[in-house]
Design a protein around this ligand. Structure first.
Ligand code: AMP
Length: 223
């Protein structure tokens, strides 16, 4: 049985960190639209060049191209077991696109863990964030430092600060989140798919809460 999980939460809420911990437990791949756009950017594709203009400003890449990129990702064989969606959907139109895409393969979203973090904490987390160039694991200078400065614990890759984590762009990303993505919380709640999680607990406590929400949804789906 395939399992599709949507991780919801503001930029800096911990979606990427939690997704990396959950993929190992669930055996389904993490599909991060931010990572996919950054890969396109690095490879200097047409999509990468288009995405750059939005990403640099902290704005969202248009829905149509984003949905198309996810559709292509789902066609890869590892997604036959499902996916842990990190950073997608970010608008109601994307959520509707996702429903249509999944319905076409006889699937639906199993559960939507919403990692709730206050706006002040989001900004503070983004501005101290370091990301691995190789595996995109995330660290925080104060709350989750790597064992050796500048080196990823997971893969020994080089850590860097994303340009869109600069205070000005981070602030815009958080504003865009409130305007365009936050309405998805009520949208998914209305469908009975939301599982609210306190994202200001320690990382391990958030993981435990997420895992139990996902396992509960899987066993509900099997009944
Ligand atoms: P993230 O790594 O998820 O914080 O995403 C970084 C940037 O990529 C965002 O600020 C957007 O510019 C773009 N992006 C990522 N996911 C999406 C999406 N689902 N829809 C539109 N733009 C996105």
């Amino acid at each position: 049985m395939a399992v599709f999980v949507v991780l919801l939460g503001g930029p800096g809420a911990g979606k990427g960190t939690q997704a990396k911990l959950l993929v190992d437990e669930l055996g389904i791949p993490q599909v991060s639209t931010g990572d996919l756009f950054r890969q396109h950017l690095q490879a200097d594709t047409d999509l990468g060049r288009l995405a750059r203009t939005y990403m640099e400003r902290g704005e969202l890449v248009p829905d149509r191209v984003t949905i198309e990129m996810v559709r292509e990702r789902f066609a890869q064989s590892d997604c036959a077991s499902g996916a842990l969606l990190d950073g997608f959907p970010r608008t109601i139109a994307q959520a509707e696109g996702l429903e249509i895409m999944l319905a076409a393969i006889g699937q639906r979203v199993a559960v939507v863990p919403f990692i709730r973090v206050s706006p002040a904490v989001l900004l503070e987390r983004l501005s101290g964030r370091w990301t691995c160039r190789q595996c995109s694991s995330m660290y925080h200078v104060l709350h989750n430092p790597p064992l050796a400065p500048g080196v990823c614990d997971r893969c020994a890759g080089e850590l860097y600060q994303r340009t869109d984590d600069s205070p000005e762009t981070a602030k815009r990303r958080i504003d865009v989140y409130w305007e365009q993505t936050a309405p998805l919380v009520e949208w998914y709640r209305g469908k009975g798919q939301l599982a609210e999680i306190d994202g200001e607990q320690p990382i391990e406590a958030v993981s435990r809460a997420m895992l139990s929400a996902v396992c509960a949804a899987i066993s509900r789906g099997e009944r």
